[in-house]
Design a protein around this ligand. Structure first.
Ligand SMILES: [Zn+2]
Length: 343
């Protein structure tokens, strides 16, 4: 092998996200069953923290090798003892004690296979062996940041990469639920996308039983049509979380009906407004209520509710009737605002 002819960026601590070009949203390639575990070999060997010194496998020839900015030999206080290589040839220097602190099985199958394969024993002094990981650098970066309990949002990873990282965590012995809690960076990064991709996020949370994330996401699903839930999504999120979402919508529909179907109470008859006169307001209220219930949406805002009923005040000339209407409207809006918005 002509070592001089290789293309290597030995000292470039390259941002590993530049090559990421997420396309469309959708379920990640990992289907939860067909796990294509990356082989622990072949490996390449590189030198110590000073940089790459030698490449031993042909497939790495003519490829630019870059090193993660976040996981290079000098990033962390703990000395890295292993190097992962992403599918797009970005190197990540990591410390096994750190990555197994919260996830004892993290990458252990790959590391063990590597050890039992004797590759480490054959490694010349001063050289390190690289374990290839079948993930893009963007996805691997998210997984490692999660294990290190550090934020992965510095380079704004796309939603698709975040989802793929979570779905693929079990491939490497990592439980997503352990690393996605209300206090973790990954939880915050995922939840930031809830207003845009609530259904995908809820599906992910349901599949991995990440309850807090499912609850927080569910408030963004009030406008979700159940027709938009595909069979695959329903299967992934599971019957429990599908049922909870259904109960959320039905519960809000029922609350809306209870709130608006009773009209404003009548006031005592006066010489200008008898009980018969007041039936006009009752009928008008019933019409608006029927419209709201017929078009019932779990995401009906208090603003729109107020707009619908406020139109009635234009035709009511009796001051007492107007007071009753105002009182009823305020009561309905206040109660509707307090109806549960999450599973
Ligand atoms: Zn009146």
């Amino acid at each position: 092998m002509d070592l001089d002819s290789r293309t290597m960026a030995t000292s470039l601590y390259h941002d590993s996200f530049e090559n990421s070009q997420p396309t469309a949203l959708g379920p990640p390639a990992y289907d939860g069953e067909n796990l294509h575990r990356p082989s622990p070999s072949p490996t390449v060997q590189v030198g110590g923290p000073a940089g790459l010194t030698e490449l031993l496998t042909p497939e790495f020839e003519l490829q630019t090798i870059v090193i993660s900015t976040a996981f290079n030999p000098e990033t962390h206080e703990t000395e890295p003892d292993i190097i992962f290589s992403s599918s797009d040839c970005v190197l990540f220097y990591v410390d096994t004690q750190t990555i197994t602190r919260t996830s004892p099985n993290a990458f252990q199958e790959l590391i063990s296979a590597f050890h039992y394969g004797g590759a480490e024993n054959d490694t010349p002094a001063g050289l390190r062996t690289i374990i290839p990981i079948s993930e893009s650098s963007v996805v691997l970066n998210i997984i490692l940041h999660s294990l290190y309990a550090s934020p992965c949002t510095q380079h704004s990873p796309p939603f698709r990469a975040l989802v793929e990282a979570v779905y693929n965590m079990p491939l490497y012995g990592i439980s997503p639920g352990t690393h996605i809690t209300r206090t973790t960076y990954l939880y915050a990064a995922l939840l930031a996308y809830a207003p845009i991709y609530p259904l995908v996020l809820y599906t992910l949370a349901g599949q991995h039983k990440i309850h807090d994330l499912a609850v927080a996401t569910s408030s963004h699903l009030l406008s979700c049509s159940f027709f938009s839930i595909t069979d695959e999504m329903a299967e992934r999120m599971g019957s429990i979380y599908l049922k909870r979402l259904l109960e959320l919508h039905l519960g809000r529909f029922n609350s809306l009906k209870e709130l608006v179907l009773s009209p404003p109470p009548p006031h005592l008859p006066t010489k200008d407004c008898s009980l018969i006169d007041q039936k006009g307001l009752t009928r008008a209220w019933a019409l608006v209520s029927a419209y709201l219930v017929w078009d019932a949406r779990a995401d009906l805002s208090t603003h729109n509710m107020k707009l619908a009923f406020s139109a009635l005040t234009k035709d009511v000339t009796c001051k007492e009737c107007n007071n009753c209407l105002e009182y009823k409207l305020q009561e309905v809006i206040m109660k509707w605002a307090s109806v549960k918005r999450t599973i």
